[in-house]
Design a binder for this molecule. Structure first.
Ligand code: HEC
Length: 210
């Protein structure tokens, strides 16, 4: 019986303490049983800092930082020296001719690998535009071997890979800028091979030609 009174007393105290203070405002911070990581030493935006020499908690972006989602097309003022590498464009907005990266055999082989994965289904393994998708209605895919694409600036091809063109989708999410240059180097190799003359073949290998 005694315990029944205690329980009742406890229940009444609990009811008053919870229900009785509902709606009351407190200037005290709430009681936090499990603080987890709610409170920790940190800098708030635009706050001062004694740690850095310039007294700012906000740190300026390191030199060479490339903001995501900003493009030269949307923001012409953003044209910078390394846009040749990342956008295929010169400072005046024209397309880069040649390669702003070093071209090597390893790089071209990487380009071949990426080309066969991402481009060959439409453009064909030798770049003649007769990839497997042509049989399924992708009829607009051009050959790389006409004069227009042979003389097209490397930067314009870079731009096509980055942004796509009409029914060709963009490949910026699948190929890093360096991989795009590697693919372009391989496209150049395909074009060169397609228009090769007998003189281009080393004497020792000419016997292998049929
Ligand atoms: C889904 C099929 C498809 C794939 C995959 C594809 N392309 Fe294309 N590509 C096209 C079509 C279609 C066009 C013609 C676009 C137009 O001019 O309307 C085209 C056009 C081009 C052009 C010419 C652009 C111009 O200005 O005329 C280049 C260069 C090119 N592609 C390179 C590539 C490279 C490099 C890859 C691989 C990273 C690739 N394409 C992957 C379908 C494809």
């Amino acid at each position: 019986m005694r315990y029944a009174y205690y329980t009742l007393l406890f229940a009444v105290a609990l009811t008053i303490s919870i229900a009785g203070f509902r709606g009351m405002r407190s200037t005290q911070p709430p009681i936090i049983v499990f603080p987890d990581m709610d409170f920790q030493a940190k800098y708030k935006p635009q706050a001062a800092s004694k740690f850095f020499a310039d007294g700012r908690a906000d740190r300026p972006a390191p030199a060479g930082t490339v903001p995501r989602g900003r493009s030269t097309a949307a923001d012409p003022d953003f044209l910078r020296a390394d846009d040749a590498h990342y956008a295929g464009k010169n400072a005046d907005g024209s397309f880069v001719k040649g390669f702003p990266v070093e071209v090597s055999e390893t790089m071209i082989r990487r380009g071949q690998n990426r080309f066969n994965v991402y481009c060959a289904p439409c453009h064909g393994v030798n770049g003649d535009g007769q990839g497997i998708t042509k049989a399924y209605g992708m009829v607009a895919t051009p050959t790389y071997h006409d004069d227009r694409l042979r003389t097209m600036a490397e930067g314009e091809i870079f731009n096509t890979i980055t942004h796509g063109k009409n029914t060709m989708m963009p490949y910026a999410d699948k190929l890093s800028p360096d991989e795009r240059w590697a693919v372009i180097a391989y496209v150049r190799a395909l074009q060169r091979a397609h228009h090769a003359k007998l003189d281009d073949v080393p004497l020792a290998n000419r016997g292998e030609l049929k």
